[in-house]
Design a protein. Structure first.
Length: 764
């Protein structure tokens, strides 16, 4: 008999109940008791949703983040928080977000723990902090409580914990001391934890070591050996769990560690299944993640059974089945999507449906395919309908793709020649000032969009209202004295969704929310079919904005790689191919803007860095197709047309060469929070084109002082020749208010002029 289980369930709730409860609690509108009650109810619901499985997980639920939970369980609470008065929950939220509802004064707060991306997902965790002073002390109450609750509703409960080596790997040493020096003491606490779990009636423990899919330095491999040799003396069975990729050179290690079972992501490491079976000692359980926990498509159950049956014949009772990874990365229940096109809906599986797939596969293995014949037939019908749908496959798109050559991605002349004609055309001052695109999204703007969507505002009235917003934005920018203007993006709810809604091949869910961090969720669009540009999307708005001013108006687009990385992407063709389709669609829009007389076009690639594979050895492959896609989108324009791009996140010293290959005339990047550290890369690498390092942090409501901007710019001017330096904020201004934006930009412009004067004085 095969056994079924789950690695983790989404926490946020079908209707984002957790989000709303948290936010109410943070605002002081709800008691701690009420918050915890919502959490209890959600957990009960989630276990109910998983009740068809043999084993249900416990401890995967979190009020904010499971890595932060782990830090608290291990007693690793930053000193700055530990010394403050308050409950454990107060401390927890102080680390999570810098404050708890108990902190009444506006800034009785401490600085929050750093947040970063969980492997290559869009989930963000709170980075554990370490120093040579770090001491651990077990506090497993939260986990034990959840286990008790789970045991009350299901007989087989498997706690989920983050393994000690991954925990250390994901953290940051604050004093430069080696993290692995803490391993010994950490293992003692883990041993204590596993003993406590045994006393709580636990048999199997899922211990996650996703670092096994990374390129590990030798000391870290050694740490894994040390950890599991030491923990093997504890009285529970460990299911060593890996996901998100292949084991590659860690395969043998993963198979040999002395644990009772191994979980392999059989979706992304499908090719390794046979090898793992060969290497795995005969007494060990093998859990295969056969349903993709990262996308929203139905699994082809028949095809899966075709390869799984022989595996089952070989492993028999040693085979367990699960989704590939925690279902944290998919929405809860496709049944909530009542408004979605029925055909597209029939292709989808969210968390609840994915677990059902696991159960069907197990039943087919245990009792023969006949036992689930009807379900297999339905599944097959959905799979075939998706393969064959004319909504998915558009011949003209495929034909156009065939004709793409690299030449399509080349500008007519190299940058230094384009720069001459562009300088002639725009006649911008030294250190030209601009913004990243969006301006404050006021209540009024949001309400107008909502009314229009709800059909309460006629098309013409909506257009007039938006034109007024654009006009207001342009007038403000002129009054401030910016050199290159934008229309402000009032018509956009989201930079990907807006374009997706205007392209063929995209669908949108109503409740397809996925946790990004804490209470923040995103609702990624679904790219289900060939992507096609039907008609111009932005020209009317941008042309209108340009008609209001004699200054250059930047047209604002989202790039193909960002569209891809922030969507649920079809799995029936390589991502690179979908990206190329997106590139051609954006190219059409770029050319439409140029045709409409727009002379500067910005193509945002906010999420380009996010798509980097986990293993560095695979970076070049990704960068090759991603940069090619950008070039094809951007580079069809005349020399005189200036292409801008923008990227968030400051860490891309390591991909600066690739970014230069995009060959945008101007790139604006986020740098202010790193104090222009990012620009260190320019000591090593001469970035050839123009660049606007962000001079102030738009995530903060603070107004930057002129002096501080001058200082940052001064730093930048030491690395970038002055004639290639732009001045702009870190990112778009849509989350700020006009009261914040006006003085901030005014100071930014003053700083630019001050620096220009300095340079003029030096030159004369
Ligand atoms: N143009 C977008 C804006 O200003 C860019 C957003 C982003 O980089 N995330 O809002
Ligand atoms: Zn940005």
């Amino acid at each position: 008999m095969v056994t079924t289980h789950n690695l983790g369930f989404p926490r946020i709730g079908r209707n984002r109940e957790l989000k709303f409860a948290l936010e109410k609690y943070w605002k002081g509108e709800q008691t701690e008791h009420a918050l915890l009650e919502t959490a209890d109810t959600l957990r009960q619901q989630h276990w109910q949703d998983q009740s068809q499985l043999d084993w249900i997980p416990a401890g995967d639920f979190s009020l904010y983040d499971h890595v932060l939970d782990t830090s608290f369980m291990l007693g690793n609470v930053p000193e700055r928080v530990a010394v403050l008065a308050g409950s454990e929950l107060d401390s927890y939220f102080r680390v999570a977000r810098g404050r708890s509802p108990a902190d009444k004064s506006a800034c009785g707060c401490v600085h929050a723990g750093e947040m970063t991306k969980w492997f290559d997902t869009n989930y963000h965790y709170i980075v554990p902090e370490f120093s040579s002073e770090t001491r651990f002390a077990l506090n497993a109450n939260r986990l034990l409580e959840q286990i008790r609750q789970a045991q009350a509703v299901h007989s087989q409960v498997k706690p989920v914990i983050l393994g000690p080596v991954s925990y250390l790997w994901l953290g940051k040493s604050k004093d430069g001391s080696g993290k692995l020096e803490l391993l010994e003491e950490l293992l003692a606490v883990y041993a204590q934890l596993l003993n406590e779990l045994k006393s709580a009636g636990i048999d199997w423990v899922q211990i996650d070591e996703p670092v096994l899919v990374m390129e590990l330095p030798e000391p870290w491999k050694h740490a894994l050996r040390q950890a599991y040799y030491q923990l093997q003396t504890t009285p529970v069975k460990l299911l060593l769990t890996t996901y998100f990729g292949q084991l590659q050179d860690n395969l043998q290690l993963a198979c040999e560690l002395p644990v009772a079972g191994l979980h392999l992501d059989a979706v992304s490491a499908h090719d390794e299944v046979a090898k793992v079976i060969d290497w795995l000692p005969a007494h060990k359980t093998l859990s295969l993640g056969i349903v993709n926990g990262r996308n929203i498509w139905k699994t082809d159950l028949t095809a899966t059974l075709d390869w799984l049956e022989p595996v089952h014949d070989r492993l028999q009772d040693r085979l367990w089945l699960a989704p590939s990874c925690s279902l944290l990365h998919v929405p809860v229940d496709a049944a909530s999507e009542t408004k979605l096109d029925r055909e597209i809906h029939s292709w989808l599986a969210f968390a609840v449906q994915k677990l059902h797939e696991v159960a069907i596969l197990a039943k087919a293995l245990n009792h023969g395919r006949e036992s689930v014949a009807g379900m297999l037939r339905n599944n097959q019908a959905a799979i075939v309908s998706r393969w064959q749908s004319s909504r998915v496959h558009q011949l003209p798109v495929k034909a156009r793709l065939q004709e793409v050559t690299n030449a399509l991605g080349n500008r007519r002349s190299p940058y230094h020649q384009r720069a001459i004609v562009q300088r002639e055309r725009f006649r911008l001052p030294l250190f030209p000032t601009t913004t990243i695109g969006s301006f404050p999204q006021t209540q009024r703007i949001r309400q107008t969009r909502r009314d229009f969507r709800a059909g309460q505002l006629a098309q013409a009235d909506y257009r007039r209202a938006m034109q007024q917003e654009i006009e207001h934005c342009v007038r403000e920018q002129e009054a401030l004295g910016l050199d290159v203007l934008v229309h402000g993006e009032p018509e956009r709810n989201d930079m990907v969704e807006y374009f997706g809604e205007h392209l063929d091949g995209f669908a949108f869910t109503e409740f397809g929310w996925v946790q990004s961090y804490g209470s923040r969720c995103v609702k990624p669009p679904v790219i289900f079919g060939d992507v096609k540009h039907a008609q111009p999307i932005t020209t009317e708005w941008i042309q209108y904005a340009q008609s209001l001013t004699s200054k250059p108006m930047k047209g604002m687009l989202t790039g193909p790689v960002t569209m891809l990385n922030w969507s649920f992407v079809r799995d029936d063709q390589p991502r690179s191919e979908t990206c190329l389709q997106l590139a051609l669609a954006i190219r059409d829009e770029v050319l439409a803007l140029e045709q409409a007389g727009i002379r500067m076009i910005q193509i945002d690639e906010a999420a380009l860095r996010e798509g980097l594979p986990l293993r560095k050895s695979q970076w070049n492959n990704y960068l090759d197709w991603a940069i090619r896609a950008f070039r094809i989108a951007a580079n069809g324009v005349a020399d005189q047309t200036q292409i801008h791009t923008h990227m968030c996140y400051s860490e891309f010293n390591d991909i600066i060469e690739a970014i230069a290959r995009m060959d945008a005339d101007v790139i604006t990047i986020e740098t202010s929070r790193s104090d222009m550290e990012l620009l260190d890369a320019f000591d090593r690498f001469q970035y050839p084109n123009e660049i606007g390092p962000g001079v102030y942090d738009i995530h903060s409501p603070n107004i930057p002082a002129v002096d501080s901007i001058v200082q940052l710019l001064g730093k930048a001017a030491r690395r970038i020749p002055p004639e290639r330096l732009w001045v702009n904020p870190d990112c778009g201004l849509k989350t700020r208010t006009w009261e914040e934006v006006k003085p901030a930009l005014s100071n930014m412009i003053a700083a630019s002029r001050q620096l220009a004067d300095q340079f003029a004085a030096q030159a004369s």
